[in-house]
Design a protein around this ligand. Sequence first.
Ligand code: 6CS
Ligand code: FE
Length: 300
Amino acid sequence: MTIIDTGVEDFYPTRVTGKVHPIDRTDPTVWGAPGDGPVDPATLASHEAKGYHIAEGLLSPAEVQTYWQELVRLSGDQELAADERVITEKRSGEVRSIFEVHKISELIAELVRDPRILDRARQILGSDVYIHQSRVNYMPGFRGTGFYWHSDFETWHAEDGMPRPRAVSCSIALTDNYPFNGGLMVMPGSQRTFVQCAGETPADNYKASLKEQEIGVPTEHDITTLAAEYGIDQFTGPAGSALWFDSNIMHGSGNNITPYPRSNIFLVFNSVENALVDPFGAAKPRPAFIASRDFTPVTR
Ligand code: 6CS
Ligand code: FE
């Protein structure tokens, strides 16, 4: 274990030079208990085992329509277009993501505090929680590009200083997720293996990685090994469903060449007991709009 200068032990060293090897996760996947929130015992046990669960119909069709219109409004907001929190598609220049969207949109700020969402995050993480990152992903039709295989925690640990994988992401589908329009793929159970990545983190890596991640990406050998051990599930389902997934689950998505956009609201909750310290594998932390350093718990 290397001790970084804030004295916090690094249980998951990554962005290393030389040979990499998988590290067994020493942390649980679920910190709370069945009685602590809205997730029933069977679903909580499934999340512990597989590292994800799907909340069907979390939002009603009417709510989906409201949030979809909000996404359309945001992507057409000319003032916002020049904001560094708006990431465009590498090739087409279309809006790919908007970060810190819970601070830009009052509607999404309310969604973060909605008990259907907040209480679920608290139950999984077993504590008060704060928003580590929020974004909307547009994944437009025809030219939407996906994300190669990766673990979010590997990046959040290396570049944001997240000590443990005690964070959970909630991806709320605002359009129907089909197998063919860039639906998210996960390797169930892979959250129990921390895949070290080789290669030093370049300065301001996020400027490239949020368009196309090249550093902090596992080797094809590691992905092949993980896929053989855990398999691949794909998140499909109607708009309004939400995929809740562990920060360290291996996941990725394909490109979208269909006419059907695959847009979602993406909220990342981190435990207040897992607040960010100095990055474990980068010279300086990423900007706050990507990795919040305001650890104030979200309250209803
Ligand atoms: O780097 C990040 O924080 C973002 N990148 C990806 C591909 N997924 C997690 C997160 O939104
Ligand atoms: Fe990701």
